[in-house]
Design a protein around this ligand. Sequence first.
Ligand code: FES
Length: 561
Amino acid sequence: MAQELNRFSRTLTQEVTNPAAQAMLYGIGLKEEDMSKPQIGIASTGYEGNPCNMHLNGLSVYVKQGVQANDMVGLVFNTIGVSDGMTNGNDGMRYSLPSRDIIADSIETVVAAQWYDGVIAVVGCDKNMPGAIMAMARLDRPAIMVYGGTIRSGHYKGQKLDIVSAFEALGKKFAGNISDEDYKGVIQNSIPGQGACGGMYTANTMASSIEAMGLSLPFSSSYPATHEGKQEECKKIGAAMKKLLEMNLTPAEIITRKSLENALTVVMALGGSTNAALHYLAIAHSAGIPLTLDDIQAISDRTPFIADLKPSGKYYMEDILEIGGVPAVMKYLHGEGLIHGDCMTVTGKTVAENLAEAPDLDFEAQKIIFPLSQPIKASGHIQVLYGNLAPKGAVAKITGKEGLRFEGEAKVCEHESEIIDALAKGEIKAGHIVVIRNAGPKGGPGMSEMLKPTSAVMGAGLGDKIALITDGRFSGGTHGFVVGHITPEAFEGGPIALVKDGDRITIDANTRELTLHISDEEMAARKAAWVQPAPKFTKGMLGKYIRNVKSASEGCVTDEA
Ligand code: FES
């Protein structure tokens, strides 16, 4: 892919010779001496509409200053962002996962069309990061990602809060466990300002693991959005980019099988979001590196879950900086043989060389990261399940806190709003396995996150009494006994489409099986009677998405023939 693009680009790092391009560059204020400088596209997903993105255009200004200070031309352009937190629980969520591919396509389009020599992406929410990395892999020009940083925690009546607190307050409201005043207090104080959602949710998962993969500077994922280190990082990016250009070090040398393993190892160790499975399959696809769900399971098998971070734990991403940041965690994992040290990074050095300067974890003084000898769970929390309900795979988040096996009675919901209604009416009971279907990439469309239902279940006090399975996906903020990414999805006639209320289902994390307890004959009879629903969209972006998107087990990519 990268070669295809480069064939059509100008010879990189050479003078602009196209007279129209020269004229236009003079028109935007460049001088004669600028014509021979490298041009760096600075892609910002900044916009005013949500805390993850509201400050990114400001950070891009610092990035541009650093680029100019290193004798290059920095040109800021914008691409879109969709807030998962704000779209969760409504039909706008259909656009969230597709936004990842629009971001990838748009960064690829601007950088390739405008002949930029390198690209810096300033990004800050769930889909922005994988989208930017997918573009970098396709373009294969010197590239660095700058994370906008995690949010600080909110506070109300002595409690630390974040976005999940707001959703869980809704469940408490259904259960009559919170006063109107406290409900309002939680909603008004959960989000204190700029930054991405503060637990080890999808944004912080992707930021930490992309740093581990080598495409952002050390500590990029650890500095909160409002920390002075974030501005300093932005100013240093120009020098780092200059070095990459001099070394001609491109993503093809940084995104490798080994660096993908490093990224996924950090996801497992930190208890990161199940969305990472989806996004790393897509990033690997963009980089042309074979990676499957089974490869992800193999990394989970060998990586203990050792971080007491939200959503299942106690601490926030802002707390990680205090104990040495992600570099300290990586240094520990590297010392224990779980991280490949010989991978190249955007510092121009290897992972091991970067980590030589990182602080050490102090297991006496901090209680966020556990020693590998005393893990929260001996293997990773992300588990790939198969079985007659998920012949092509499903992804579960099993931290061990919810148990390892759940057998129960199916309660089928054709839309996530049905579970909210059923909860409000008290129809969801202990022992239910709630099946939310037709929420897959094509059927949803857009494979919505189920944060509102899972948070409402938690808030209603049913978190350890019911399980939830879906062909949609889960927010990084979700906890509880949940299985998502069920493939094939209901829209394509997967067995999840055939489940009926009252069926027995078993989720077994020991055998990694998801089983619908009906006979093969009954399954075949139900399949024969099944009729594919009409697509919910035939036009517009979602219509295009339905026609192009691959399954969750293939990363929901949209650019595969
Ligand atoms: Fe952007 Fe949560 S909504 S990180």
